[in-house]
Design a binder for this molecule. Structure first.
Ligand SMILES: Cc1cc2ncn([C@H]3O[C@H](COP(=O)(O)O)[C@@H](O)[C@H]3O)c2cc1C
Ligand SMILES: O=C(O)c1cccnc1
Length: 349
């Protein structure tokens, strides 16, 4: 028996299907390796789904939102009220991720973990309101241990429901003004990198804002610098939505649901999930490398090969959603192309 739920084993990939899918790739009418990253992608999806020809009909997107006490340090270009305001926009269909979800035929859930001003009841938003946001982590731990576990649990429950609903690809998104500061502080604590490489402009800070953000992360690391264990880092420097994402990724891997990771903040949550349970890595696919400078360092630590590089810096799960057509096309090519023998094409010169 494992002591904590997140330590329970993740679903293993199907090694036999992986071999068969790799074999099929070698027989398709194209020069070996000519479809580049799309080839191992289709094979990985096959091994995850346990079927030689994988498919991605049912895509589930869940947005997790929460406020951040560190916003008091002047670390975002936008006011904190935007977190709550965007909840309405997600549910109302006007946010970038709402448009993308519609275009993809994906389900979109919105989970508010906790905002400073409780969000008004609105259709299409699940109000968890675990706390009025996190504490300012330049002065105190962002969360109590209990609160952190409760936020992880929200993500876990969301992922478990998605698995029961037959979800074939889970996309987590986040909304929380100030959350690039939390993600940067976490990346500093988890990676052996200079702070200057991991702190960026987020929503678009000017140089004075950047100086405040760097100072805030420096103070946080001075206060919590001894934290290295992933859960301790998450509790001290994280956010409610980051914890929920971490819980969701862990549960997806345990339930055998493929995950498509979005931007900087989601990648930090993915790193936390892998540090908490290394088996999670098998279930993660990486959509893009974004504009926030820390993102590529976090991806490197995850040994990730992201599919797209579009200069995105939005979050909400938008970069992952943008990569879904590519994943679907990789599956279609893998599943529907003719083999050399089927098409009577000569294999070798
Ligand atoms: C209107 C608006 C919509 C957004 N959607 C995602 N974010 C993104 O920006 C925030 C992080 O940036 P920072 O750390 O600089 O505050 C997060 O909420 C993230 O999801 C948004 C930000 C804004 C302003
Ligand atoms: O990469 C991200 O997820 C990101 C970057 C900037 C602002 N919000 C999100």
């Amino acid at each position: 028996m494992s002591a904590f739920w997140w330590q329970a084993s993740c679903r293993p990939l199907d090694p036999q299907v992986a071999v068969q899918a790799l074999q099929r790739q070698a027989e398709l009418t194209k020069p070996a390796g000519a479809l580049g990253q799309l080839e191992p992608l289709a094979v990985r999806l096959a091994a995850q789904q346990g079927r030689v020809r994988p498919e991605l009909e049912r895509v589930c997107i869940s947005i997790f939102a929460g406020d951040h006490g560190v916003v008091a340090e002047g670390v975002s270009a936008y006011p904190q009220a935007v977190t709550v305001q965007m909840l309405g926009n997600f549910a109302g269909g006007g946010a970038a991720i709402s448009v993308l979800a519609r275009q993809l035929g994906a389900t979109l859930e919105v989970h508010n973990l906790g905002t400073v001003e409780p969000a008004p009841a609105m259709a299409g938003v699940c109000q968890h309101q675990l706390a009025p946001g996190t504490a300012n982590f330049t002065q105190a731990p962002a969360m109590s241990g209990e609160l952190c576990l409760a936020a992880l649990q929200v993500g876990r429950a969301v992922a478990e429901r998605a698995a029961v609903a037959g979800c074939q690809l889970f996309i987590g998104g986040e909304m929380g003004i100030g959350n690039t500061t939390a993600a940067s502080a976490l990346a500093c604590a988890l990676l052996d990198k200079q702070l200057s490489e991991l702190v960026g402009p987020g929503t678009g800070l000017d140089s004075a804002g950047m100086a405040r953000k760097i100072r805030a992360v420096e103070s946080a690391l001075a206060l919590h610098g001894q934290a290295r264990a992933p859960l301790d880092c998450l509790q001290r420097l994280g956010g409610l939505e980051i914890a929920a994402l971490t819980g969701a990724y862990l549960a997806c891997a345990q339930q055998g649901v493929s995950v498509l990771v979005d931007g900087f903040i989601c990648s930090v949550a993915a790193l936390l999930a892998v540090r908490l349970n290394p088996g999670v890595a098998d279930w993660l696919l990486f959509s893009h490398s974004g504009a926030e400078p820390g993102h590529r360092h976090v991806l490197a630590a995850l040994e990730a090969t992201p599919l797209l590089q579009l200069g995105l810096r939005l979050g909400e799960g938008s970069g992952a959603a943008l990569a879904v057509p590519l994943l679907r096309l990789a599956c279609a090519l893998h599943g529907q192309m003719a083999t050399f023998s089927e098409a009577a094409v000569q294999e070798h010169g």
